[in-house]
Ligand binder design. Sequence first.
Ligand code: SF4
Ligand code: SF4
Length: 524
Amino acid sequence: MLALALLDFIILNIKSVDSRMSNSRKNESNIHEHNSRVKDHKPQGSDLTLKPDNLIPISVIDENPAFYQASDLIIDATQHNSAIRLIKGKFQRIRRWVSTPLIALFVLAPWLSLNDNPLLQMDLESRQLHLFGINFWPDDLLILLWVAMASAFALFAVASFAGRLWCGFTCPQTVWSMIFVWVEEHIEGSRNQRLKQKSGVSKLKSIGKSITKHSIWLALSFITGFTFVAFFETGPVLFQNLVTLNLQSDILFWLVFFTSLTYINAGWLREQVCLHMCPYSRFQSVMLDTKSLKVSYDVKRGEPRKFNSHTKETSTSENTGDCINCQLCVQVCPVGIDIRQGMQYACIDCGACIDACDDIMEKIQKPKGLIRFSNELNQHWTSLFKNRTRLLGYAVLTLVSILAFFYQVNYMESFDAHLNRDRGQLYFYSGEGNVQNAYSLKIHNKTNNNETYDLSIESFPPSSLEIASGTSVSIRQGERKVSTIILSCQAPCTLPKRSSFSLSVASTRGEMVVFESKFFNSSN
Ligand code: SF4
Ligand code: SF4
């Protein structure tokens, strides 16, 4: 633990040196970029210039860029936010309401059961997926494709409607990172206190806090890793194996793997996962259109700012905008961007900057909504659903996929059966001289109960054939069984050389499978 805490300090110091170096590099290049923009600047309105093909277009904040410091004009402003400030507000409450039931479901699901089966479990040994009381076998995988399709289309619909809502409010990476930040803030203090610690003012004093923080992070990571593995083992079984130190080596490996992954992702990498690893952030922009909602800064209302961060002067002019340049919206941003610089692909639409700015607006007695969810056309929410063919298409496809899934689940069979002729011999004689044919009947009992299946035969003329091997087959829950079925034609058998019959296999639940096949007699 001590080693982890020391490692934390070393890496943070390296990061801070690196960040200072990269900022100075950025500033140099931005000053250059800024100068060239100022030179090219054509004051024709607020939505001009800066549209190189390889960049997301942004709106220029002011017609007089000289008012800002060079770093204000970074297009991709992604920087590591080394100390995220937690904020309270409407959107943070919404995230809690949405994520709390999801976290509860994630943590509790391996411990709960329904219809005598785990609520959610991927049972690799018996090759079954238990999903809310329904058992899926490998041959039911096509049904699960509907779930995958419904999830994908729902994600597309949400992205088309309001950008990265999934990322900001429900994505485990964001939710777990915010939990880890919450722990950090409660152990190490407010953002300012943490920044002081990181700048080395009271390093030794903070080592104890750092150890506590990392211990809690590791405990949370272990619970997460345990839960992941429990989806394959069930919670009670895994817990029992853990306390009796009876874990198999592969289980132990995955436990350590998922614990480490959570600790690294939520504790250290955080927004870097969203920025550099998540494929969803890369392709979601293609789903946006002019009516898609995004967290945006109201440039017309906010600019020019009261406080010039370049000259450190506060303007006394009455013509200043509502933004007081308090930087709170930047400090709370989990991905370290300044939303006032325009729409950026890194923004996960978490709404933290909205809550922060609304708080400030309330304090300075200005209307809320300087930063808000809005679209390029600045429409009222009632217009957001009009003429949205793509959004409608995604919604319809989501609905169709959900209905198709439930339709197929409703008609899922409780057993599978296959009948094959014994290819070794066409017919043979019993001790009594009856002509007999052999078949193999494979039945897979997909239910959670032991079942008995009744066999019956229809032949022409009626009753010319009978089942000599017994008219029922019992199979235990989840088992596959191959039974030999002997059909017999009593001597003297008058059937033709080749005659048709149908064999029915019926479950106690009333389901029936009927097979058509042939019975062979001697040529005499
Ligand atoms: S929180 Fe609002 S007032 Fe403060 S800097 Fe951001 S936009 Fe401006
Ligand atoms: S800019 Fe605002 S909405 Fe976007 S990620 Fe940062 S805090 Fe969240």
